[in-house]
Design a protein around this ligand. Structure first.
Ligand code: AMP
Length: 596
């Protein structure tokens, strides 16, 4: 295996990547860095996002740039503003100990005047989106006549977004002698054609097979009736504690509706789609990156700029219209050496499409059964038990309170105390999934299945399920779980205030801050002296917790909690109010600390 130190990189760059914690080069880095540094050939690299390709081209580009010549020598084109900013950020961190190289981001959706002024001050390396770069060229605000290296990052994405013309115009404005390096996750016809037209005998590098997905991703498929898609999704999510995922939908309306329903059902989800303003998009992405949101429901286009390495899952609520997009979507998980799972929810008419995707991936889908109610409860219980196992009591924080605890619980046996503590968190799952029916649809004999699953006989539709014949693939607006009488029965939301006088509050502390339900109770009592407050359900998640109390008490508790710190963190509590209209959410929903 190659080592960064043997690749010909300068000590300044080696020092920077060591500080970034890069120990071993990724496959694309092992292949690209030596070629970029030591040969003059053009290069085509098939590499997914998240494989370390920014460093693969960025490190040599920084090394070869002559900072003493004040001219633009490198141009990197990429599909989105977010990626553009990410690349500049990465380049700047690689160049931390390299003197004098100036980089500049040029992208759409931001006032052009400022970027024109920045361009006039000059930059050695420009990182740009094709639309804005083309605009700059038309306005004669950019001089690319001395460019020596052009990098096309995510070339297939730029094509998909309709930037072919702009890319060609830009490539026409750089000297013929410039070296071109093209990076793409897939190799559709137009990308191959562009490589043929603008590159000379390029060196081809394959990191993973052509058009195939990453090896760190498991591909799983759940076959359900279209009307059960939403309930199946919730089951899958509920049986996966720790899930941090993007759910892909095909249209803006679907993302809004699904995010809206998930929120209503107690999940921390928001929509990301192309009709949002840049500020709204940034806000949602920021909340997702900071893990205030557990789930992002996105369209293909909107998710393009999002770079998050820790996603545990990508879920395809609908298969993409173009099978090639599947690789892009699923490539958002299993990044930077982590394992990830790509989950597809299909109905029987989509089996053909699934096989096409399998052929592209050169991998079969693992056919999974939608978890039963009992499966969900078992995984939640295991999660709770594991959390209990990991609670550290050794430091004696609880000792001063033991006499009170002993006194109050004296009449209960050990077994009874255990049961009650477990039920604090577990009860809602037992209730939600009581009598939950089998949701698995019959799977035909295919490469990904081959066996009949699910017993539909006697399967009863649970109350509160979203269902409306004819609008099969999306949650129904007339969601019956809105009605309190039915919402109380069957597969009802995981967490939702049941009474208008009960407020649901969200606190920015969770398991990550070692918060447990008793801690939360103690915290609330500490912040609000006086008679003890009555708490409803408490739900602790990784990054935040939720609890119920009367609205009257909530008005008193919120300002008190918002003044204190816990485990070195400023406490932020917000009331989870009625759902704002889809698409307008998060701004008012995000944790905010007035005057803090
Ligand atoms: P990229 O594909 O360039 O977006 O990189 C994906 C992620 O992997 C980024 O967060 C990089 O910081 C990280 N990364 C890149 N190269 C390495 C490496 N050799 N070792 C560890 N992490 C890396």
């Amino acid at each position: 295996m190659k080592d960064f130190t043997t690749m010909g990189l300068s000590p300044a760059l080696l020092k920077a990547i060591q500080e970034l914690g890069f120990e071993t080069p990724t496959p694309v880095q092992s292949k690209v860095i030596p070629i970029f540094l030591k040969s003059d050939r053009d290069l085509v690299a098939l590499a997914q996002t998240g494989t370390g390709k920014t460093a693969a081209y960025g490190l040599p580009l920084l090394q070869l740039t002559d900072a003493s010549k004040f001219e633009t020598q490198g141009l990197i084109l990429c599909p989105t503003r977010e990626l553009c900013l990410q690349i500049v950020k990465d380049l700047n961190s690689f160049a931390k100990h390299t003197r004098g190289v100036r980089t500049l981001a040029v992208y759409g959706g931001s006032p052009i005047g400022e970027q024109i002024r920045a361009l006039s001050r000059g930059a050695h390396i420009i990182v740009a989106t094709p639309g804005r770069m083309h605009d700059m060229l038309r306005r004669q605000r950019a001089d690319l006549s001395l460019v020596r290296w052009v990098v096309l990052d995510e070339a297939d994405e730029m094509m998909n977004m309709g930037f072919q013309e702009e890319m060609e115009a830009i490539l026409g404005a750089v000297p013929e002698s410039a070296r071109t390096l093209l990076f793409s996750a897939t190799m559709p016809r137009q990308v191959a054609a562009m490589a043929g037209k603008y590159m000379e005998n390029p060196e081809e590098i394959l990191c993973g097979s052509r058009n195939s997905g990453s090896d760190t991703i498991r591909h799983e498929c759940y076959k359900v009736h279209a009307r059960d898609r939403y309930v199946a999704l919730k089951r899958i999510m509920d049986s996966t504690p720790g899930l941090y995922a993007i759910i892909f939908c095909r249209t803006r309306v679907e993302t809004q509706e699904l995010a809206h329903h998930l929120n209503k059902d107690g999940y921390h989800a928001d929509a990301l789609h192309g009709d949002m303003t840049q500020d709204q998009r940034s806000e949602v992405m920021g909340a997702f990156r900071a893990r205030h949101l557990q789930i992002l429901v996105a369209t293909d286009v909107a998710a393009r700029g999002l770079d998050v390495n820790e996603l545990t899952h990508v879920i395809h609520y609908n298969l993409p219209d173009e099978v090639e997009l599947y690789t892009h979507r699923s490539g958002r998980t299993g990044r930077a050496g982590r394992e990830g799972t790509s989950i597809v929810l299909i109905h029987y008419r989509e089996e053909q499409k699934l096989r096409m995707i399998e052929r592209i991936l050169k991998k079969p889908f693992l056919q999974k059964r939608v978890p039963s109610g009992r499966d969900v409860c078992e995984s939640q219980l295991a999660n709770i038990l594991e959390k209990v196992r990991q609670v550290d009591t050794a430091d004696g924080r609880l000792e001063p309170f033991m006499p009170v605890i002993d006194k109050v619980l004296a009449e209960l046996s050990r077994e009874e105390v255990l049961k009650r503590f477990i039920l604090l968190d577990f009860d809602r799952f037992l209730t939600n999934y009581k009598d939950a029916p089998d949701l698995n649809a019959a799977m035909s004999h295919g490469s990904y299945g081959g066996h009949e699953t699910g017993d539909r006989r006697g399967a009863r539709r649970p109350e509160g399920r979203l269902d409306r014949p004819g609008r099969v693939d999306r949650p129904d607006r007339s969601d019956r779980s809105d009605r309190p009488d039915q919402a109380e029965r069957g597969e009802r939301p995981a967490f939702r205030p049941r009474d208008p006088d009960i407020a649901k509050l969200r606190i920015n502390l969770g398991r990550r801050n070692s918060l447990t339900p008793p801690d939360l109770m103690a915290l609330i009592n500490r912040a609000t002296p006086g008679p003890q407050l009555r708490l409803g359900r408490i739900h602790v998640t990784e990054h935040a917790s939720f609890f119920e109390m009367s609205r009257q008490d909530a008005e008193r508790v919120m300002p008190a909690l918002n003044r204190i710190t816990h485990a070195g963190r400023e406490v932020q509590v917000v009331m989870e109010t009625a759902q704002p209209p889809p698409g307008k959410r998060r701004r008012e929903d995000l944790p905010r600390r007035d005057g803090g």
